[in-house]
Design a protein around this ligand. Structure first.
Ligand SMILES: O=C(O)CCC(=O)C(=O)O
Length: 263
């Protein structure tokens, strides 16, 4: 299959800097992971994927999550276009996930949220709190967020609380969490690594005509139950093209609890 995305690894200095920020503040923006032109191609494919999802009868509106219909949610990205297989396996994402979660990490989910003008914020949450019980004393989940457009406060940048990956239980969530939120801002082609324990929400897109498109590669440690059942959701043709490593990370083989990459 021909590639759309240049699979350039992060050089060790950039990787170390990103990991340092990730561990210290809970998030790290890494710019220029892919060229802006490739992000634009992935964005065009995302819109096609959204249309295909609707054609298959899977709604791209999430009434339970978003306050109004201005968000377009695209689920099951890996089944909808091979460009998303390239992103989930991108060496920069794999290096960050391996370093934070261990080399035997798996894929929990891969979805996109296009915040269109007029979109509002969802409820504040941490992703780790949605998939495993407290105490959340170590990173067992993380997102590598692909910026397919420029992302800024005005177009609905994800709002998050720096340092909130240290919140171990719901009782420790400060009452003024919402006031402490800051946006991450990044040009198209960047990734944002976010520890799954960081408390965050989608921003409000107050622009007149500018979409904000993010694809969320959600990775977890292998004992955490994935959010998505890839063995049911992925067509036989897509499964057939997965590398052995990706098959492991998607739980497509009979043996689920193997520790890939460990002696
Ligand atoms: O779109 C965003 O900025 C955040 C989305 C999010 O947190 C979610 O879907 O759980």
């Amino acid at each position: 299959m021909t590639s759309t995305i240049t699979a350039t690894p992060l050089d060790p200095v950039r990787l170390d800097r990103a990991l340092d920020r990730l561990v210290t503040s809970g998030t790290a923006v890494v710019e220029d992971v892919i060229p802006a032109a490739e992000a634009a191609v992935a964005l065009a494919r995302l819109w096609e994927a959204a249309a295909e999802s609707e054609r298959r009868g899977v709604s791209t509106r999430a009434e339970a999550l978003d306050p109004n219909p201005a968000n377009v949610r695209v689920w099951n990205l890996l089944d909808l276009d091979p460009v998303f297989v390239e992103l989930i396996e991108h060496p920069a994402a794999v290096a960050l996930a391996s370093a934070l979660l261990g080399p035997d990490f798996i894929v929990s989910n891969f979805t996109a949220n296009i915040a269109r003008p007029g979109s509002g914020s969802m409820s504040v949450h941490s992703d780790q709190s949605l998939v495993m019980p407290a105490p959340w004393t170590e990173p067992c989940t993380m997102n590598v967020i692909w910026c397919l457009t420029d992302v800024r406060f005005e177009n609905g940048a994800t709002l998050h609380v720096p340092g909130s990956h240290r919140i171990a239980t719901r009782d420790d969530v400060p009452a003024d969490l919402a006031e402490r939120m800051v946006p991450f801002e990044a040009p198209a082609g960047s990734i944002v690594a976010m520890d799954g324990r960081v408390w965050h929400t989608s921003g409000r897109n107050t622009t007149a005509g500018e979409d904000r498109a993010l694809a969320f590669a959600f990775y977890c440690r292998p004992f955490v139950r994935p959010q998505f059942n890839h063995s049911v959701a992925l067509s036989a043709a897509v499964q057939e093209h997965c590398s052995p490593t990706l098959r492991y990370r998607l739980g497509l083989d009979a043996w689920q609890n193997v520790t890939y990459g460990r002696a």
